[in-house]
Design a protein around this ligand. Structure first.
Ligand code: S3P
Length: 431
């Protein structure tokens, strides 16, 4: 239920052209705020995205006694050198799973009492996956009986522990590593497949000796990180919407500049290439320990592919828009090993397959993914329910460009969770 009016997106009248910038990377931005807040010194963070999720992290650290001010050019963060103040109210993480899970790790050994809560969507998401390893480290963490938020954290002494994760999750891995900063001895976390490594990169730039052997990451505690200035590069997950839009519309040629090209984030490029898309990445330098460059996509005829379990961590947030590409490709695309999609801002296996079906395509939910039968065109002419999920909104808008009839998208403002200027930016690329 929402008071927001639906937004109508018309089929593209011609190719998408030009270049665009996308907001700062959400994952890096959360880390720049949360890690600097606990570190020693002060930091200037530039290029933060103005989406609601990162604002949740900023207001959270303020509630923990961290001074954050905006000097017009950058956000200045005054690190707490390991000592947070007990918050006077519950910390509202809004829609942001990253805020909640990383904070849980950061606060587990923080010596204060705190409660982390969030919106309806966040309260539905699994938190036992972070509570359990933190408890193994000695943390005193409570969730609801179903393992959901609110999460209550009590003071506790942590010990370095070897944690074996059952799922590949950068949020859970990061929570363990951040708890490890306050734990005595070595904290090591192993994941079944490598997930995004921004936490490891940023901790290393803050003077922490982070070791990586295979898919195990470890560090020694207790230790204090040094504040580091961060210039946040563009979000590849936001750029992916324009890359797919360009790939789908014949004659398009779109470049997205200053995008983070961290290899753990651009799995969608390999998938799109396999589908026959004309997509290239050009690394142009390094920023805040992350490769940065240009992503260029041109229109081409797409064919189906299989997206394998090994590819899921590297494409997890792009699967909604990759599914749209599959719905317009020749043949049947199968996505496997993606049960994690059910635990995102919406159950994305359900919402993505329903979106494609609403637009006249054929998509079937499976236990751990989806099967999408592609078509040269989608009918459109329907209303898409997005469940208030930002990536569903943007994926539906991309699909609409390749439909025969306009598409109505409900709760379009949800795009603001990660990309407030998504629609105006898309318009600059349209004829
Ligand atoms: C994120 C990790 C991913 C991703 C999310 C952001 C992060 O979640 O889906 O949007 O910043 O660590 P999981 O790694 O927990 O699946």
């Amino acid at each position: 239920v929402s008071a927001q009016p639906a937004r109508k997106v018309a089929p593209a009248r011609g190719p998408l052209r030009g270049s665009a910038r996308v907001p700062g990377d959400k994952s890096i931005a959360h880390r720049a705020v949360l890690l600097n807040a606990v570190a020693r010194g002060t930091a200037r963070v530039r290029g933060l995205p103005d989406g609601a999720d990162v604002r949740s992290s900023i207001s959270a650290v303020r509630m923990l006694g961290c001074s954050v001010d905006d000097d017009g050019d950058a956000l200045r963060i005054f690190g707490r050198a390991g000592h947070f103040e007990a918050p006077r109210a519950n910390i509202d993480c809004g829609n942001s799973g990253t805020t909640m899970r990383l904070l849980a790790g950061l606060l587990a050994g923080g010596g204060i009492e705190a409660v982390l809560d969030g919106d309806v969507s966040l309260r539905r998401r699994p938190m036992a996956r972070v509570a359990k390893p933190l408890r193994e480290m000695g943390a005193h963490v409570e969730t609801t009986g179903e393992g959901r938020a609110p999460i209550r954290i009590h003071p506790a002494e942590l010990r370095g522990t070897r944690i074996d994760l059952e799922i590949a999750s950068a949020q859970v891995k990061s929570a363990v590593l951040l708890a490890g900063l306050a734990a005595a001895g070595e904290t090591a976390v192993r994941e079944p497949l490598p997930s995004r490594d921004h936490t490891e990169r940023m901790l290393a730039s803050m003077g922490i000796a982070v070791r990586r052997v295979g898919t195990t990451v470890s560090l020694d505690g207790p230790t204090l990180a040094r504040c580091v200035d961060v210039d946040v590069c563009g979000d590849a997950s936001s750029a992916a919407f324009f890359a797919v839009a360009a790939a789908l519309v014949a004659g398009s040629d779109v470049s997205i500049r200053e995008v983070c090209l961290n290899p753990t984030r651009i799995g969608f490029v390999a998938v799109l290439k396999r589908m026959g898309a004309d997509v290239e990445v050009q690394i142009e330098g390094q920023r805040a320990g992350e490769p940065i460059g240009t992503l260029r996509a041109r229109g081409s005829r797409l064919r189906a592919t299989d997206i394998t379990p090994e590819e899921i961590p590297g494409t997890i947030d792009e699967l909604p828009v990759l599914a749209v590409a599959a719905a317009l490709a020749e043949g049947t695309t199968i996505v496997r090993g993606a049960a994690e999609l059910r635990f995102k801002e919406s159950d994305r296996i359900a919402t993505v397959t329903a979106m494609i079906a609403a637009l006249g395509g054929r998509a079937r939910a499976t236990d751990d993914g989806m099967e999408i039968e592609g078509n040269a065109h989608l009918r459109g002419g329907a209303r898409v329910a997005t469940a208030g999920d930002h990536r569903l909104v943007m994926a539906a808008a991309v699909a609409a460009l390749a439909c025969r009839e306009p598409v109505e998208i409900d709760q379009p403002e949800s795009a603001a969770v990660s990309f407030p200027a998504f629609f105006p930016t898309l318009e600059t690329l349209l004829p």
